[in-house]
Design a protein around this ligand. Sequence first.
Ligand SMILES: C[S@@+](CC[C@H](N)C(=O)[O-])C[C@H]1O[C@@H](n2cnc3c(N)ncnc32)[C@H](O)[C@@H]1O
Length: 508
Amino acid sequence: MQCRQYEEEKGKADLGKRVRKQKQKLLKQKSKEKGKVHMEVGAGMWGRWSRVRCIPLPSAVCSSIRTHIAHPVPQVVGAPVKEHSEFASWLHSRGEVDTCHALTVGMSNHGRTLFAARPIEVGEQVLRVSGDLMITPNKLPTEVKELLPTGVTEWARLALFILVEQHLGQASQWAPYINCLPTCGALHSTVFWKKEELELVRFTSLHRETMQRRAVIGSEFASVLPVLQKCPHIFGERVLHSKFKQAYATVCSRAWGIEALQTLALVPFVDFFNHDSNCRALLSYDEERACAEVIADKNYARGEQVVISYGRLPNTTLALDFGFTISCNPYDQVEVWMALSHRDPLRKMKLALLHAHGMPTVVHADGSDSGGNGFHLREVKSVTGRGKGIPHALRAFARVLCATTPQELSEMAAEAMKYDGRLARLPAKSRNKEAQVMNLLLARLESLINQRSLAALNISESCHGVKQSAWKPSAIMASDVIAGEIRVLRSAAAWLRHQTSSNCVSVG
Ligand SMILES: C[S@@+](CC[C@H](N)C(=O)[O-])C[C@H]1O[C@@H](n2cnc3c(N)ncnc32)[C@H](O)[C@@H]1O
């Protein structure tokens, strides 16, 4: 019941507000850093700009990193694909002479990928692509750019770029690159899942985000449709929503945010790198030399698959943006929705207290306050160790939820003033109250664990009689997402139990 409420509340959330905040944060960060910046690939539609991190490239550090890859991406020594020579001569013809001396394009279990053409040493530059080769939205034909309404995002503009070049076919100067983009049916992003497939992840944030992404693609299509119709000489006679969606999803799985240039870009050749969550090599942009580069984070033998990290991405993001998941993804997370009851007599006061202490609640599209928010939980690595447990904000929210008198709320405000302004920095003075808070949180986590366990059962029942290795991509991804959420929830519940027992708080 609470989860249904969660879905409804979150579905109506005022996302515009969040986007504005994220963009402001990004702009603040911008221009602080000069030199090389790391980029993260993918969409995360509303969070993607905030995911474009801006960290000076530690080249000195890079050369001393010898990462132990605990779960490497399977190393498949693939025969070079025919595009490799085509690609290499195309790059040469464009003056990209240094780009791929160390790498060759081949096939892996996960589509095209890059292999070491010779032994590669840690700290070595394995790839360098000049700014000229990057496809940015300003490379759209001028006629199209002039017709597009201002609100059309860079994601949609890059999707249009793909459509323009696909229409040109072999006459396109980008043809060797465009020909390698995924064809219809090759992308497994959740935006393409059927209704019954999406049902498998019904209670997760992935479900909501997928619906939002679909809505965004739909409204972007509506905005560009008049331009598509005005320019049949550029796009062809009739561009259907499905074709635009395919191009849009392709951009989501391949575009890089280049903060230094404040733009989104498709970067040919870099596109062939597969992702490994244990890898520390990132694509970075060298502002001085105006080129993108990748530095090896370990030694590679000839023929070994060379990977990079697309970022510290949970399976929900991987499934939505890229159409794959990783089993036991170390960056998995769960969104736990907590909300004040409409029947709570202190609701107004509690909302005021939360808002005054930097704890916003989600606002519906109609302007009403949901009285709740989602809190992201990551796996708690050690139940007994001193590392991070559950987010402080979640604990503070639970304290506010459990307050029963105005006096309690005033005491919380006074205590926050004494410290750093944040609510509930210390456990409640009354042991009973603290136990109540812990019980509330534990009950919430346990109900989510039960719900996810049922979802996991559902997935295996939907694949009854089929060997796991033969499951459809959607079932594998749904299973990884749910298993990850259960793992995270269990670790958080174990941490809570340990905290309460070591503080001698009785937990029911
Ligand atoms: C930037 S492209 C990488 C090149 C891609 N393999 C190709 O054939 O063009 C990203 C796509 O590669 C695939 N991919 C990358 N890393 C993967 C991994 N670790 N497991 C499964 N698929 C992966 C996914 O299909 C993803 O959408």
